[in-house]
Design a protein around this ligand. Structure first.
Ligand SMILES: Cc1ncc(COP(=O)(O)O)c(C=O)c1O
Length: 436
């Protein structure tokens, strides 16, 4: 018997929630079932991609598990000693000073992002980058039940944000209340020069906005990148910085991230908004205790920063290789990242069309074409690449809410020979596709 709801129970913003990074995995599973081994270049999970968390970090976790207290709830905002450690480290870096009270833990930064937008007035909008990390852009669009408003990151200018476009959007959309930056950026690997963050802070000051800076990759900025946090230039502007351990330790399965409020005392409305986020976390009691318990021990260990430096050297070396190979293709734009473990390849205007293909198994042809009805042209390339070679990357347009056509791939494969094979496979596939 059919049951028909007497009311529509679906939230109006529901169809704004998209996460192609994971959705493409269903297609990849079908490709694997057809006998093509899949190279997972879609999800930025270092552990899943073969990076082994160091034994000394595991030992700290094992020792922490022996304490009964890690099985208990923690205070809503997070463990006192962990917040004290983070506040101390922040203050040592210079820039704005914070107290442990300005810190709020979440079950992963994804949870933090969702709390931020959920508690924002539906009429207040956050201006975000294009390409966008989809957890931000989807949550922002769903909170307002309107398409996410973006400023351009410019691939013709090494992914620098187009500040004129940013100001134009702020002027045009009076509903914009805040600006989001992701620094270092996912998916481009761009690191905001301090001068640029300062210019964004000046815009926030001029138009009375607040700033959100997602800094989950801040400790994975490469040597010489000039990485500076929002805290270094925020001055008197209300702001929120976001951090986490998913990518750093790396321990994404711990679900542990936190936000830092800056200048709550400078604006009563911002202070009330911050309080509403804390209140909504209170309703959930608290975030996971164990990763908070180990955080000061891991980050305070003398092996921690040398370990991160070694990882970023590896990402940089792989990025250099990928850049060398892919920059030889005339139809694409590619830049070296300066942080994180992603790289984005953009197709130049006009090089893609609806008829390009790659050879794929006849058993997959119908299925792949059925997935591509009305699909943007970069998604078409990505699905053909997957079905033809098994390499699973994420399209820019549908995966990162972008006006651009291209795709993101990872710098995580620890085996150099395998990494190089993936890159040369992608390069050959692009050339074959563009000339098909
Ligand atoms: C820019 C950015 N912010 C936030 C997150 C969410 O991280 P988590 O929920 O694992 O803390 C990610 C994950 O990929 C990310 O790339």
């Amino acid at each position: 018997m059919v049951h028909t709801m007497r009311l529509n129970i679906v939230h109006p913003g529901a169809d704004k929630l998209r996460y192609e990074i994971r959705e493409i995995a269903d297609v990849a599973r079908r490709v694997a079932e057809a006998g093509i081994p899949v190279v997972w270049e879609n999800i930025g999970d270092p552990v899943c991609r073969g990076e082994v968390p160091p034994a000394w970090i595991k030992k700290i976790v094992v020792n922490a598990v022996k304490e009964d207290a890690v099985f208990a709830y923690s205070p809503t905002k997070g463990l006192d000693e962990t917040r004290a450690y983070i506040a101390r480290e922040r203050n040592l870096e210079g820039g704005i000073r914070i107290t442990p009270d300005d810190i709020l833990f979440f079950n992963g930064l994804g949870d933090g992002i969702s709390h931020l937008y959920r508690n924002l007035n539906p009429r207040a909008r956050i201006l975000g980058p294009d390409p966008a990390y989809p957890t931000h852009s989807s949550a922002e669009a769903a909170h307002a039940d309107k398409p996410h408003i973006t400023y351009k990151l410019d691939p013709e200018n090494e992914w620098k944000p187009d500040l004129a476009d940013m100001e134009k959007k702020i002027r045009e959309h009076k509903e914009i209340a805040g600006i989001l930056i992701v620094n270092p950026d996912n998916p481009t690997g761009f690191v905001y020069p301090q001068k640029t963050i300062r210019a964004i802070v000046a815009l926030a000051k001029k138009y009375k906005l607040f700033i959100i800076s997602d800094e989950i990759y801040s400790n994975l900025a490469y040597k010489g990148s000039g990485m500076k946090k929002l805290a270094s230039v925020i001055d008197s502007v209300p702001g929120i910085a976001m951090r986490g351990i998913s990518k750093e330790f790396p321990w994404p399965g711990a679900r542990c991230g936190w936000i830092e409020f800056y200048n709550r005392d400078k604006d009563a409305n911002f202070d009330k908004y911050a309080r509403s986020i804390v209140d909504s976390k209170t309703l959930e009691v608290c975030s996971t205790t164990l990763p908070q318990r180990v955080l000061p021990k891991v980050m305070g260990d003398k092996r921690y920063y040398p370990y991160l430096a070694k990882r970023t050297r590896n990402y940089k070396r792989r990025a250099d290789y990928a850049h060398k190979v892919l920059s030889k293709i005339s139809g694409v734009i590619i830049h070296k990242p300066h942080g994180a473990f992603y790289m984005t390849c953009v197709f130049k205007k006009g090089v893609l069309n609806k008829n390009q293909t790659l050879p794929i198994k006849s058993s997959l042809k119908k299925y792949i074409e059925s997935c591509l009805t009305n699909a943007p042209p970069d998604k078409r390339f990505v699905y053909y690449l997957l079905a033809s070679t098994g390499v699973c990357v994420v399209p820019l347009s549908s995966g990162f809410n972008s006006r651009l056509h291209g795709f993101r791939f990872l710098l995580l494969e620890p085996n150099d020979a395998k990494f190089e094979k993936t890159i040369t496979t992608i390069a050959r596939a692009i050339s074959d596709y563009l000339s098909s």
